[in-house]
Design a protein around this ligand. Structure first.
Ligand SMILES: *Cc1c(COP(=O)(O)O)cnc(C)c1O
Length: 441
């Protein structure tokens, strides 16, 4: 393990990552399995990560970084939590998938339905995208309607009909949508602005009885952190109920992250359906969608709405999820993370106030965002100016040179985990202060 690297050694991209990226680009589009990993928004060579432990990751050259990406959300316990690793290892040795029911999926479903308000049943899938896709199909089946409403700045995975005005990946690339999605597919999708009751009422007045479902991230965390007013979400709850449309909370990022009952419990607003991913898989590929027994009863094999998955509910992924949720509850994790978040605020705010650029901390529990928007904490998915994006890119690289790993896009949120300590927060604050002093743009 390499330690005490000088800033200079980080300044040029580490050789093994450079070499791997060259090879990767030959055989994988853009050299990555998911676009934002390619560092396009900040430039430079992505680090190929070799291992992680607690709050740290090590790249292929053995450089250690203090990590605030947390694999984009799942790693609420930090990397390679020993108990999760032990449980998963044991599960693996008994076989990885059977394509038959297994006890761990019952155990995880029991935990999720008992922790999340209003949920009676869940079906497991292998990603957040799949969870949302399946929930939408079910909502259309249950209501017999076709129209779906989403909000600009909310991301719900990459299913065709939701790939309009989505989150960071698309905002980063300045594309309103994606090639390969026929207009016919998105014709049934309406996009509303966040934080706007008037636009919401107007849409429901015009086509309320044709809307199958409204899907929203109750804590939008894919275009920065766009904290919503509770009244707005309540208006959404009221409008959907009045018009017989289903309200879907996409809690893939917020579920079991902002609290044991997700954003729904924290807000006291109960959706008709919810989607999950990230934290519930404890680092393994898991998604889930759930609702009342009545709604879920429309799914095959009981009902007429088809949905399936070869690896869905496999014992290894389920075990990672079960162990993660059990540790979170046992450790009173959400209280600890909130305390850590409060500390973060008191340490960062004075540093940000003296920064040579507008930069604000937006936080909910263990999710936070360094917003470069002039106005502070936006509530709608407005794009960043080119100047602000360039400033973020410089800041990102200055931080990376000092071994602090931020997400490589100004639109991405950062995550605290149970593995982060007050010393780590101090390191973040100190490194930011030094980076601000060194900034030239
Ligand atoms: C990450 C995310 C998704 C997509 O999940 P994948 O596992 O990447 O397919 C969907 N919705 C929200 C809110 C997310 O944060």
């Amino acid at each position: 393990m390499t330690t005490a690297s000088t800033p200079e050694s980080f300044a040029s991209a580490p050789p093994k990552s450079v070499e791997l990226f060259e090879r990767a680009r030959k055989v994988i589009p853009g050299g990555v399995s998911s676009p934002v990993r390619a560092f396009r928004a900040v430039g430079g060579t992505p680090r190929f990560i070799q291992r992680g432990a607690g709050q740290h990751v090590w790249d292929a050259d053995g450089q250690r970084y203090l990590d605030f990406v947390g694999s984009w959300g799942p790693l609420i316990l930090g990397h390679a939590h020993p108990e999760v690793v032990a449980a998963v290892t044991k599960a693996v040795s008994n076989g990885m998938t059977f394509g038959a029911p297994c006890a761990p999926e019952v155990e995880l479903a029991e935990r999720i339905t008992s922790m999340y308000p209003g949920l009676e049943q869940v079906r497991f899938v292998s990603s957040g995208t799949e969870a949302v896709m399946s929930a939408i199909r079910l909502a259309r089946a249950v209501t017999g309607r076709s129209r779906i409403v989403k909000f600009a700045g909310c991301y719900h995975g990459h299913a065709d009909h939701l790939l309009v005005a989505a989150g960071s990946g698309l905002a980063t690339f300045g594309r309103p949508s994606s090639a390969g999605v026929p207009e016919e597919f998105t014709r049934c999708t309406s996009v509303l602005p966040l934080d706007d009751e008037t636009a919401l009422q107007e849409l429901f007045r015009l086509e309320g009885d044709r809307i199958a479902a409204v899907i929203i991230e109750p804590v939008p965390g894919n275009h920065g952190l766009l904290l919503q007013r509770r009244e707005f979400l309540q208006a959404l709850r009221d409008a959907t109920r009045k018009h017989g449309a289903l309200l879907i909370f996409d809690e893939v990022i917020s579920g079991f992250r902002v609290g044991p009952g997700g954003a729904a419990d924290w807000l006291g607003i109960i959706p008709d359906m919810a989607t999950f991913g990230k934290v519930i898989g404890g680092g393994m590929p898991v998604g889930a969608f759930g609702a009342s027994r009545k709604i879920m009863g429309r799914l095959a094999p009981d009902g007429d709405t088809y949905q399936a998955g070869t690896l869905s509910g496999n014992p290894v992924a389920m075990t990672a999820g079960i162990t993660t949720l059990d540790i979170l509850r046992r450790e009173s994790a959400w209280l600890k993370l909130e305390a850590l978040g409060t500390k973060l605020e008191s340490m960062l705010e004075p540093v940000l106030a003296e920064a040579p650029l507008p930069i604000h901390l937006v936080r909910l529990g263990s999710m936070f965002w360094l917003s470069l928007h002039e106005g502070g904490a936006p509530r709608t998915g407005a794009p960043l100016s080119a100047a602000a994006a360039a400033k973020f890119a410089e800041l990102f690289h200055l931080m990376m040179e000092q071994a602090v790993y931020l997400p490589p896009s100004a639109y991405e949120v950062l995550f605290l985990s149970l593995a982060h300590t007050e010393d780590d927060l101090q390191t973040l604050a100190d490194t930011l202060r030094e980076a601000f002093a060194a900034m030239t743009t």
